[in-house]
Design a protein around this ligand. Structure first.
Ligand SMILES: [Zn+2]
Length: 223
């Protein structure tokens, strides 16, 4: 994936496997995370100045806690948190889980906020304003999941997120080289929501992205 992005002219890659609760999707155990981090270190030497960031798409569990303890969470450059299980919830339950993740200082990006799959599955019901307000308060970036079946956060909420001072990030959710193309759909969603470049984390250069991570972690008290 790094080689493909270097070819395409990108400066960095945020590699975010699933976490251990998502065993059905190859979610990483703590041991495999350690192995992966070593491998990323060696690739970063090989591909320098291109950089691979150590990330994880960490499951938000049924009680709103995250799928690893803090020692493991602190080993990543950044953590994306998402809900993948028990999607059939009422709004109270969905909000409890999402708020648990947003209030956890290790959450840098909130992934596919409603869990919707277009033409297949409605998202679980959430109070968008309350979620966006909480993300603003806790310095959490909201993902624009660019996979065409997701496009989640819905573009109609982008202007409210901008108004509240949030950063968003166009993430392809790529599970294969071909799926890097999804970036274009996320970009169209962002343009439809009039997202300026300055509020799009995924438009940041390598240097800007590193600085953003450092500053955000400082604000959240995890650096
Ligand atoms: Zn996901």
């Amino acid at each position: 994936m790094a080689e493909e992005l270097i070819k395409l002219g990108f400066e960095y890659l945020v590699i975010s496997d699933h976490s251990k609760a998502a065993a059905y999707a190859g979610g990483l155990t703590e041991e495999r995370i350690t192995e992966q981090h070593k491998y990323i270190d060696s690739l970063n030497k090989k591909f320098h100045p291109f950089k691979i960031f150590k990330s994880i798409e960490c499951d938000i569990l049924g009680d709103g806690t995250l799928d690893y303890d803090n020692a493991v969470l602190s080993s990543f450059d950044l953590v994306i948190t998402s809900i993948h299980s028990n999607l059939d919830m009422d709004e109270d339950k969905a909000m409890m889980r999402l708020m648990g993740a947003i209030n956890n200082p290790y959450t840098i990006i909130l992934g596919h906020m409603t869990g919707r799959l277009l033409l297949t599955r409605k998202g679980y019901p959430i109070d968008h304003k309350a979620i966006i307000d909480a993300c603003a308060k806790n310095n959490v970036v909201i993902e624009i999941n660019a996979a065409p079946k997701r496009l989640d956060i819905d573009w109609r909420w982008i202007d409210y997120a901008i108004e509240k001072g949030l950063m968003l990030s166009i993430n392809p959710d790529a599970h294969s080289l071909e799926e890097f193309e999804y970036i274009k759909y996320g970009t169209l969603v962002a343009q439809k929501g009039a997202l300026p470049t300055s509020r799009n984390l995924s438009s940041y250069s390598l240097r800007e992205f590193e600085n953003f991570l450092a500053e955000t972690k400082k604000k959240k008290g995890i650096l």
